[in-house]
Write a protein that binds this ligand. Structure first.
Ligand SMILES: C[S@@+](CC[C@H](N)C(=O)[O-])C[C@H]1O[C@@H](n2cnc3c(N)ncnc32)[C@H](O)[C@@H]1O
Length: 299
């Protein structure tokens, strides 16, 4: 009998037109601006090595200009290829195709990490946050954005009996396959459990209403959002958090080599455009400058 597939489900953006179908010219300038503004409030302004998990086509990379190295991780090679076309090939940008549950990095090699518009696709939050914690150095900063189930529209729909699920209960709601909304308290618990200390939590996108966005300038809405964020009213569709990785020796960043096998954690050696696991001999391809850890070669 074949073994059951126990790997977590992944929301695959391979070949999708996320950039042109969701962002460019799609009436989301306000969301883009307010997310950048919030990210600037929370992300330490400079650092050594930052990882963005689910970086997509690299929309937010311009916000990381004071980091010496930026590692873009995404499950989709096509998203990474577009990012690489825009940002170029240099030592400063590293492109890694991998899934968030099996990061191919040595422990403690990052002092910063961001996860924005991604955790809503993650079925096993505990496992993914555990991986992110492992690769962050103690004292490192995680900026996590999540979709909030206790937002005002969901509360109104629930009150009018137009929605069956309760926005007040802790468990995540999967409203479409691999699209989850989370309760703020649930996310705080998962962060703590993974070894993070939550420092700040900011409600974001108070004005995500088409009628308003069509009439009011995006930068004005973003500035008003900035004011409302200070109320701390967590009834918005999106929440940004800043957490610090716990640990006994703060800021002991491992600046040595980056990669290990995502399956065994063993050292890798490079042979041309292939990385070879020193323990198992499994091999991973480097395709035109993108490290492809989605599956070993020959699998
Ligand atoms: C909605 S996009 C967000 C992209 C970017 N963070 C942004 O805000 O523009 C979600 C991205 O997460 C990636 N993704 C989803 N599940 C993933 C997983 N398990 N591991 C790695 N990447 C994943 C998708 O391929 C996609 O590019």
């Amino acid at each position: 009998m074949p073994k059951p597939d126990t790997r977590p489900r992944i929301c695959d953006y391979e070949g999708s037109n996320y950039r042109t179908e969701f962002w460019e010219g799609r009436g989301r300038d306000y969301e883009d601006q307010v997310e950048r503004l919030t990210l600037r409030k929370l992300l330490p302004p400079r650092g050594k090595r930052l990882m963005e998990v689910g970086a997509g086509f690299g929309r937010l990379t311009s916000e990381y200009h004071n980091y010496e190295q930026v590692v873009l991780v995404d499950y989709s090679l096509s998203q990474l290829r577009y990012a690489q076309e825009q940002l170029g090939t240099s030592d400063r940008f590293v492109y890694v195709a991998a899934d968030a549950y099996h990061l191919p990095f040595r422990a403690g090699v990052f002092d910063g990490a961001t996860i924005i518009r991604v955790i809503h696709h993650i079925a096993d939050v505990k496992a993914a946050l555990g991986e992110v914690r492992r690769v962050l150095a103690p004292g490192g900063t995680l900026i996590l954005e999540y979709a909030n189930k206790r937002h005002i529209k969901a509360m109104l729909r629930y009150a009018r009996k137009q929605q069956t699920w309760s926005p007040y209960t802790l468990e995540p709601v999967e409203f479409v396959e691999l699209n989850f909304d989370f309760h703020p308290r649930y996310m705080r618990q998962r962060l703590n459990e993974a070894g993070f200390t939550l420092q700040h939590s900011i409600p974001v996108s108070f004005f995500r209403l088409d009628a308003l966005k069509q009439r009011v300038d995006a930068s004005l809405l973003a500035r008003l959002d900035d004011l409302l964020q200070r109320t701390g009213l967590h009834y918005t569709p999106s929440v940004f958090t800043q957490s610090i990785a716990a640990g006994v020796s703060p800021n002991q960043l491992d600046t040595g080599s980056l990669f290990v096998s995502p399956l065994t954690g063993a050292e890798l050696s490079r042979e041309g455009d292939v990385l070879v696991c020193q323990q198992t001999g499994q091999r991973w391809a480097i395709r035109d400058g993108i490290y492809d850890f989605k599956a070993p070669l020959d699998e």
